[in-house]
Design a protein. Structure first.
Lengths: 218, 218
DNA sequence: TTTCCTATGGGGATCAGCACCCATCTTCGG
DNA sequence: CCGAAGATGGGTGCTGATCCCCATAGGAAA
């Protein structure tokens, strides 16, 4: 008897990665990649015009990121389940993905059978958090929420993330102030808040953090 | 008749990517992945203890980057050809890879058959520059060299490189002075010399440089 | 409505980074 | 033997970064 395979859309800007993941998934009896996309808007377009059960989205993509695409899919194609597949072992992105409606978050460092399991779990309706570091992230996060009522929000605001990137790219306070057309004082204020929220000492640690988190390139 | 397949070492910190690329390469009659590595030092270790014809190295890897690994391989295992496989469409990395002894530089955005072609070209001894943007890079680079604008080929002294690493790891001048049992003044003097030699502005640019060069981890 | 958060901006203090000046001592090669 | 280069260290002064204090406007949440 023939089982209906899960129809998968695979979105990643690297053709090589798409090809490899496709080979892994198509090898499974219950999974089939029916479409590929090189960026977020392509992914959304595909989901609008053909039946897709599961969208596997990379976060870092040109034009529209996987996070944007996930948000858009939750309104224009709510029946499509979303699994984020990314290299970013990063709290920010993780919670943003959950907020954007993703049912799973898997790092590219997982083994192939973990990805397959993530696909199946997502299709069963179970949220899949890749084993290890991510569950630790969630646990410490929940701990903080439970105990640290005084810790306001460990998540950076959009403005703060913008400042963070500019700082980590090597811009001085003055340069950032000119770029954003705000005063140097405000830039310093934001940066100070960021340092405090992330528990870092100075611009240099901020840079290393941002590079490690994949927010900027070295 | 059986042809000896090219023995390939595949180094990438993402198990999923390794798996995918392996599926692509093993599908070819003349190529075979005989080993995998999750970071640069693993890659070097593998090449020391078993025969490898071609090492495919990712640039961004923990502990030891692909650039460092390439440099090391050129001395401890000079017979191994090196092909850099990376997501960075970036002039800096490209030339650093060439200097480190890589015979090829391929982006992860290429198609699978381009990767296969790159492997074959590298084994034939031809340098493989992925089509398009990279050849343009090479042309402008050669132009610059020809027109006498010789690149800043400044070499740091051993002591300066030691200081550079400590600075890039986030240590303050005072901390470095204590670590090396020298005065803060001398640390600042060295750091100043480093900045001047490399044409950088401050600690932050120094850090980004060191990370890009593979001297320290993020 | 009232309260909280965010973004905005100012003043002042302290400190680290950085550039410029100066020097001595060692080592190594011509 | 001498000069160049590297490593060491001191002084001075400027600028930027960081950390305090303060305030206001707007929006969202309670």
């Amino acid at each position: 008897m023939t089982i209906a395979k899960t129809k998968i859309l695979l979105a990643d800007d690297h053709a090589l990665v798409r090809r490899g993941v496709r080979l892994i998934l198509d090898n499974q009896p219950d999974l089939q990649v029916v479409a590929e996309a090189a960026d977020g808007s392509e992914a959304v377009a595909v989901c609008r015009r053909q039946p897709v059960d599961l969208a596997i989205l990379d976060i870092a993509m040109p034009r529209m990121t996987g996070l944007q695409a996930a948000r858009e899919l939750s309104t224009v194609a709510p029946h499509v389940r979303v699994l984020m597949l990314t290299m970013y072992d990063n709290e920010q992105y993780f919670f943003q993905a959950l907020k954007a409606g993703a049912s799973g978050y898997v790092l590219k460092s997982v083994l192939d059978r973990d990805l397959v399991e993530a696909c199946r779990a997502t299709m069963r309706g179970e949220p899949f958090l890749y084993p290890g570091a991510m569950t630790r992230l969630v646990r410490t996060y929940l701990e903080r929420v439970r105990h640290g009522a005084d810790l306001p929000q460990q998540i950076l605001t959009a403005r703060e993330e913008e400042i963070l990137k500019l700082v980590a790219e090597g811009n001085s306070s003055k340069e950032i102030a000119e770029l954003l057309t705000i005063s140097v004082k405000t830039v310093e204020r934001h940066r100070s808040n960021i340092l405090q929220k992330l528990g870092l000492r100075d611009r240099l640690e901020l840079t290393r953090y941002a590079i490690r988190a994949g927010l900027v390139e070295p």
